[in-house]
Write a protein that binds this ligand. Structure first.
Ligand code: DGT
Ligand code: CA
Ligand code: ZN
Length: 580
């Protein structure tokens, strides 16, 4: 059992004792033990194994040491089990409701027999709480509001919301005196599509200023914990964040640990052990106890004989083995970007005319942009009717003359894959366009076989160059279609159609695991923002990080190809005017 699990047990004991009404000094000892365990550089279990006496550790007395031993040896704790027979464990959940402390939890439990959140909510709705001593209509309403906010926050936060939020906090932390570095960690740094909580890391000699600033940061609703190395807060939008402060000379070790994933870290510790080293939350140490200070992550990996592994790969999906063989994927990066192939203008539901999109692409150094407005039938937006395409073509030709030396402008279409599996435009029309993206937006809830067949039809249409955002999901509100992804990937491999990783943070579709499968099968990928306004072109970085998570390399991605190569590829797909 690791320190974190041990600490959880002691926190649970403290919570249960408080609800039971136990004297304060007793609960305090358990909380102190939990904090000590959580911030120890060595595993208590290892210390025990080495025959160390845990009571030598400040914050761990005899009674606690015995309990740690019992937990490590048996995985159980009789004391806690007896306590849970007296005080139902589910009462601890009630402590999560803002403004509901242990005294009030004890009150609703003893007076009304409430043991969990559902019962509490029902009692509040029935007006039973207001009758209790010391409570009234107001506190009852507060409880209901608290439960509602709790429900909202149990969900994970989409990366697209979490990242800008965290970046602002980090920028403010960097501006504090004494702060040497401030970086994201956890799933945020690994760029998972949703994050549970924000993990932030600061390098500074003295943590006092930083912690005091953090817990009073605008929007903080509750302080969940404040200590010299770690503080946690909850924001009024329901997001939670924890901040670690470490001295600069250990920042690399701390950042590596806090970035995770847990599974990656387990592998790292195994390698450390095999080299006679021990790797913990704060420190990398030799057998003789001597510490190897790592100010940056490269040093941590180097100490284990590994090259630095990009955070997006740290999921224990073979990255450590690849690193050992020096076969990590080549890193995809924004500075390799040449083209944006999925954009909208006022010809459909975009916010600006084509020229503004073109200028925005030039500003970003792109040399190709494809305008891919929606086709006609898409009910929710005003698509381009086929008879308007020649007029759009005239406008593009005019702009091409104006900006010719700087960028190639492609006339594309995002053609709807209709519910019956046909494409919205006939082949003769698709053949006149430079680039065709086929996408699902409607009837996503069709049975697996039916909706898969629609995409397969599009893949087999020789005019289709790209399948846009394959599943059609929107994070968090809409689940994607129930596609037979392997069938789709096989068909794409066979026909050579490109699959899109849509970079919009609501989509990130294809997702990482399928992107990885796609490149295994030799399918070309394309990463596009689906921008409906100029500034949305900057969302491309979300697509890049998703692709990195899928082990995608630059040569797999159409957008990194030189314009000539891209135009040639489009031309070979049979329908392009682009090379002319
Ligand atoms: P999340 O917040 O659910 O999206 O996922 P993470 O990966 O951010 O995980 P979180 O917030 O529980 O912990 C942050 C980092 O701390 C995690 O990525 C690695 C490290 N960590 C947490 N728990 C453990 C653990 O039990 N063992 C090890 N080795 N590392 C851990
Ligand atoms: Ca986290
Ligand atoms: Zn689109």
């Amino acid at each position: 059992m690791d320190n974190r699990k041990l600490a959880e047990n002691f926190t649970l004991i403290a919570d249960l004792l408080e609800i039971k009404g136990e004297v304060v000094f007793k609960t305090r000892a358990y909380r102190r033990a939990a904090e000590t365990l959580a911030s120890m550089s060595q595993q208590a279990a290892n210390l025990l194994q080495q025959g160390e006496n845990l009571t030598a550790i400040p914050g761990i007395g005899k009674a606690i040491a015995e309990k740690i031993e019992e937990l490590v040896e048996s995985g159980r704790l009789q004391y806690l089990e007896r306590l849970q027979q007296e005080v139902p464990r589910s009462l601890v959940d009630l402590l999560q409701v803002p403004d509901l402390g242990p005294k009030k939890v004890a009150l609703v439990w003893k007076e009304l027999g409430i043991t969990n959140l559902e019962e509490l909510e029902a009692a509040a709705q029935q007006g039973k709480l207001r009758q209790l001593p010391g409570m009234g209509e107001k506190s009852e309403a507060k409880v209901l509001a608290g439960i509602a906010s709790l429900k909202r926050r149990t969900g994970r936060t989409p990366l697209g919301d979490a990242l800008p939020f965290a970046d602002q906090i980090l920028a403010d932390l960097r501006a504090l005196p004494g702060v040497v570095a401030a970086e994201p960690a956890g799933s945020l740094r690994r760029r998972k599509i949703t994050v549970g909580d924000l993990d932030l890391l600061v390098a500074a000699e003295d943590s006092t200023t930083v912690m005091n600033y953090f817990v009073k940061y605008p929007g903080v609703e509750r302080i969940l914990g404040q200590g010299p190395t770690k503080s946690s807060v909850e924001f009024s939008n329901g997001m939670r964040a924890q901040l670690w402060v470490h001295p600069p000379q250990r920042f690399g070790t701390a950042l590596q640990y806090a970035t995770g994933s847990k599974e990656h870290n387990v592998r790292m510790r195994e390698i450390a052990l095999s080299k006679g080293l021990s790797l913990s939350e704060h420190a990398l140490t030799r057998e003789n106890g001597e510490e190897i200070l790592c100010a940056n992550e490269e040093q941590v990996y180097a100490a284990l004989g590994l090259p630095w592994i990009p955070p997006e790969l740290r999921e224990d999906r073979g990255e450590i083995q690849a690193a050992q063989l020096n076969k990590l994927p080549l890193r995809l990066d924004l500075d390799q970007w040449v083209s944006e192939l999925h954009t909208h203008s006022t010809w459909s539901d975009g916010k600006v005319p084509i020229e503004d999109m073109v200028k925005a692409a030039i500003e970003r150094g792109y040399r190709v942009i494809a305008l891919t407005d929606h086709s006609h039938s898409l009910g929710i937006v005003q698509g381009i009717p086929p008879d308007a395409l020649p007029r759009q073509k005239e406008e593009i030709d005019r702009l091409q003359q104006k900006y010719g030396s700087q960028i190639k402008i492609l006339q594309g279409i995002e053609v709807e894959i209709k519910a019956d599996g046909s494409l919205d435009y006939p082949d003769e029309i698709l053949a006149t366009l430079d680039l065709v993206i086929a996408s699902l937006h409607i009837s996503l809830r069709q049975p697996r076989q039916q909706v898969t067949q629609r995409v397969l039809n599009a893949i087999h249409n020789p005019h289709v160059d790209i399948i846009g955002h394959p599943t059609g999901r929107l994070i968090p509100e809409r689940e994607g279609a129930d596609l037979d992804m392997e069938a789709i990937l096989q068909a794409a491999a066979q026909t050579g159609v490109a699959l899109e990783i849509n970079a919009h943070p609501k989509r990130l579709d294809l997702e990482d695991i399928y992107a990885r499968r796609a490149i295994e099968l030799g399918i070309p990928l394309t990463i596009n923002t689906d921008a409906h306004a100029p500034d949305q072109l900057d969302l491309i970085t979300f697509g890049i990080s998703t692709a990195r998570r899928g082990w995608v390399e630059p040569q797999h991605v159409l957008n990194t190809w030189e314009p000539d190569l891209l135009l040639e590829w489009l031309d070979k797909r049979g329908n392009s005017n682009a090379a002319r």
